[in-house]
Design a protein around this ligand. Structure first.
Ligand code: AMP
Length: 512
């Protein structure tokens, strides 16, 4: 079953509903979108000379054409390779070369960067700028019937964010994206044609993945004029459009709830904020609930199992009487409906309730493997189970608590310390805006705990106050031995704090 069928079917029934808007202006209605998709698909398979299974890269700032190109690729039996527009030209070059894309669609602002990247990608034959007469001509050719594909054919080559090492291309098949969509509709939200998804986060990643269930249900996909996340613009869009859903990295939620304009803003049109991709700390979750109401859903997923491993549905946020309410909100939630999650030891043996081990899972949402990398695939998928590289424990009620990436865990004096636990405590201090806890090599202990702390603007914090907070809340050995007050923390293009960079600081200091 070709995933593009979800668009073709919904366009029959809701042809006149808005499909894609820019700011407050509708740009494509469903019948028009479906029609242009069949024509663009025909051009790719015809005049542009692509064959079934060929890869097509999208290096574009969030734009109206993103969804059009994606569905045209699927309609034509091609695989889409969405690339984060904020990457460096050399990273573009790497992904273009690694995926073997023959065709690349770009937005005009990225022409120079992609031109620089081309020398690294000998297989790339053509670069086409969207929203130009040339692009419009491709969308006006003859139509083609939808290509037959198998559920195992590649739909989306998803390059992981690569907080360590080179990004790898997770192969997401038509079955995987169908499964992701169905899991959204079952666990996250019901979507109506009157609703919209506002794409303030990169569409090459989570926000674009969530365009899929919204297209499948005939909802509007709104691209902010800025193409990204600006708090005031976001609040204006919420005022304008009904039934708004967002996918936010936790850092975006933090920016929204700490904005001076939020208290007076009219957010009654806000339906859902799905957050995930990195830990969100309990204090921020509680503040967001307080300011926005019970509109939060958490998801824990990874490119290898897109947006779908565990989650915290809205009803859990609506149950403050539950004796374990705070623990539940601090967790990553329960296994998604169509996913089996297991905590295992190094040999893959399942561990009992509450025991800490690696998180593994299986289900139709799990990728087929890494593109052109059988070794990494064999390491990630063993006996049908995906090994996430994340460490966690599942309690007796089925809630998964994420400890950390296995590589972020600190081992001090032979004891494991999970940075997140310490970070949760530090964030209870009202003046702490964000923080990151990492291990620093230590001759006696192996590693010792160091905290990097960013204070709210013009608020002062002392190491003594933070130390006292830790003494009051966690075991002594988990307390940071050093507090570094910094102006900001380095993040990757998806808003994840780069702990590798913090650890590098120690190496530089040692060398110096
Ligand atoms: P990516 O493949 O770039 O989406 O990164 C996936 C990784 O982000 C996961 O393996 C986790 O380490 C982390 N992650 C995703 N969702 C969450 C969440 N809800 N809470 C904490 N960490 C998360």
């Amino acid at each position: 079953m070709n995933y593009a069928g979800t668009l073709a079917r919904i366009a029959l029934t809701y042809g006149n509903r808005p499909a894609i808007s820019k700011g407050v202006t509708v740009q494509r209605r469903y019948s028009e979108l479906a029609d242009r998709v069949t024509r663009l698909a025909a051009s790719m398979r015809g005049s542009l000379g692509l064959a079934p299974g060929d890869r097509v890269a999208l290096i574009m700032k969030n734009c109206v054409e993103d969804i059009e190109v994606m569905y045209a690729c699927w309609h034509a039996g091609l695989a889409a390779v969405p690339v984060n527009a904020k990457l460096h030209p050399r990273e573009f070059g790497y992904i273009l070369e690694n995926s073997g894309a023959k065709l690349c669609f770009i937005t005009s602002d990225l022409a120079e960067a992609v031109a620089d990247a081309r020398s690294d990608a000998p297989e790339l034959e053509r670069v086409i700028t969207v929203a130009t007469p040339k692009y419009e001509a491709l969308c006006a050719s003859e139509t083609m019937t939808m290509a037959e594909v198998t559920p195992n054919d590649l739909a989306w080559l998803f390059y992981t964010s690569g907080t360590t090492g080179r990004p790898k291309g997770a192969m997401l098949t038509h079955r995987n994206v169908h499964s992701m969509t169905m899991n959204y509709l079952v666990d996250v939200d019901v979507i109506e044609p009157e609703d919209c998804m506002i794409h303030a986060a990169p569409m090459s990643h989570g926000s674009g993945l969530y365009a899929l269930p919204h297209v499948a249900r005939g909802a509007n996909n709104v691209i902010p004029e800025s193409g990204g996340f600006d708090v005031d613009e976001t609040l204006e869009l919420i005022k304008h459009w009904p039934g708004c859903t967002f996918f936010f990295a936790p850092t975006m939620v933090t920016r929204l709830i700490n904005a001076p304009t939020i208290a007076k803003a009219d957010t009654s049109n806000l339906k859902t904020i799905v957050y995930g991709g990195a830990p969100m700390y309990l204090t921020d979750t509680l503040k967001a609930l307080d300011l926005l109401g019970p509109k939060l859903v958490q998801i824990y997923g990874q490119g290898e199992s897109p947006m779908t491993i565990t989650g915290l549905p809205k009803r859990i946020f609506l149950d403050p009487q539950n004796p374990r309410y705070h623990e539940r909100l601090a967790s990553a939630g329960v296994a998604r409906t169509d996913v089996e999650v297991r905590i295992v030891d190094e040999d893959g043996a399942p561990l009992p309730v509450d025991a800490i081990g690696e998180i593994t899972l299986r289900g139709d949402v799990v990728m087929a493997g890494y593109w052109g990398n059988p070794e990494a695939t064999a390491n990630a998928i063993r006996d049908g189970w995906l090994w996430t590289g994340d460490v966690g424990a599942i309690d007796a009620e089925g809630f998964l608590t994420l400890k950390d990436r296995s590589k972020d865990m600190i081992i001090s004096g032979g004891t494991n310390i999970y940075p997140r636990e310490v970070e949760e405590v530090l964030l209870q201090h009202p003046s702490v805006y964000e923080c990151a806890v990492v291990g620093r090599p230590h001759s006696d202990w192996g590693e010792e705990v160091v905290a990097f702390v960013v204070a709210h603007p013009s608020q002062a914090i002392s190491a003594e106050e933070l130390d006292q907070l830790c003494l009051d809340n966690i075991a002594r050995f988990k307390r940071p031995k050093d507090y570094r007050f910094v102006d900001s923390l380095a993040k990757n293009n998806y808003g994840k704090i780069l702990k590798t960079e913090l650890r590098l600081i120690f190496e530089t200091e040692k060398a110096g």
